[in-house]
Design a protein around this ligand. Structure first.
Ligand code: GUN
Length: 298
């Protein structure tokens, strides 16, 4: 019998999108235009195509204009940089997202560096990463900001809590650790070279799993009552007679739910938050661009 409370990211994201829709309508009234997000997809990676389609639909639902740019896999770096420069200058575009990963041959760091930091709604530009690390306002990567929102909603003030982030990517692990530090947690970043990972995780009041390894985090790693946030989305090999395998996180959900105080499910936990926060960041970019304050509750 599971004892942990379920953290319903799907419901929280729906509430956030409703507040964004109100904010976008008020913005359109004040600025006489919709907030705008440009989404750039290079190549035909199937997962990226699904994400980009979902982002465009989510924009439409909240009243954000989306401008999709789908480019062939053999697009040159010069052509991509020139598109980004055009979007940087475009007054109708408040946010720019270049879907990662990019096809081989394109330098992701150079592409991210070309995006105007004021339109970098992914928060991937080094200037925004630096702002986060020194506590200046800037754009914060969507997935970790979504995790922080779920944690604050569940736990309130996080000050003094022990947080262990498993994974050190630039997109999730590192910005997640910065956000938890800014919220006055005691933060450990664990990774593939951490010695006795289970022992490290056992001291955590808050566990963030973001490694991309199916069901790696086990029940005996978890302090009773801890809050567990599972960022992983992994597809298992299909069972016999099935076309597709099950989606699982980085946490062995059923057994960890016996020990944890609260846990995010996969799917329906962190996943729905990422796109909702992207919309939130786009709305923030639009307000900054127009010199307007962001409404409360976002
Ligand atoms: N690929 C996987 N996640 C993301 C994301 O949050 N932003 C972008 N641009 N690409 C991604």
């Amino acid at each position: 019998m599971a004892s942990a409370a379920l953290i319903d990211g799907k419901a929280f994201a729906a509430g956030l999108r409703a507040r964004i829709a109100e904010g976008a309508a008020a913005f359109a009234h004040q600025a006489a235009r919709q907030p705008g997000l440009a989404v750039v997809l290079v190549g035909d990676d199937p997962a990226s195509q699904v994400y980009v389609g979902a982002k465009a639909r989510a924009c439409a639902e909240v009243g954000i204009a989306s401008f999709e740019h789908r480019l062939p896999a053999d697009t040159s770096e010069a052509a991509l940089l020139s598109l980004i420069e055009r979007l940087n200058q475009d007054e109708a575009v408040d946010g720019i997202l270049v879907q990662m990963p990019l096809p081989g041959g394109l330098d992701e760091a150079a592409i991210i560096a070309a995006i105007s930091p004021d339109k970098d709604v992914d928060g991937f530009h080094v200037l925004n990463a630096g702002r986060l690390s020194v506590g200046q306002p800037g754009f914060i990567p969507c997935t970790p900001l979504g995790c922080l929102m779920l944690l604050k909603d569940r736990l309130g003030d996080l000050a003094g809590m022990e947080a262990v982030v498993i994974g050190r990517s630039n997109i999730v692990g590192k910005p997640m650790a910065q956000l938890l530090l800014a919220a006055n947690c005691t933060v450990t970043i664990a990774h593939s070279r951490t010695r006795d990972l289970a022992q490290v995780v056992r001291r955590a009041d808050i566990v963030i799993a973001a490694v991309g390894r199916p069901e790696m985090v086990r029940a005996d790693w978890i302090k009773p009552g801890a809050t567990v946030i599972d960022v992983g989305i992994n597809r298992l090999p299909p069972e016999e007679g099935k076309a597709k395998g099950r989606l699982v996180g980085d946490v062995a959900f059923a057994e960890v739910a016996e020990v944890a105080g609260a846990i995010t499910p996969v799917p329906g936990g962190v996943g729905p938050m990422t796109i909702a926060v992207l919309l939130r960041n786009t709305l923030e970019a639009a307000h900054r661009h127009a010199g307007l304050p962001l409404p409360e509750g976002l």
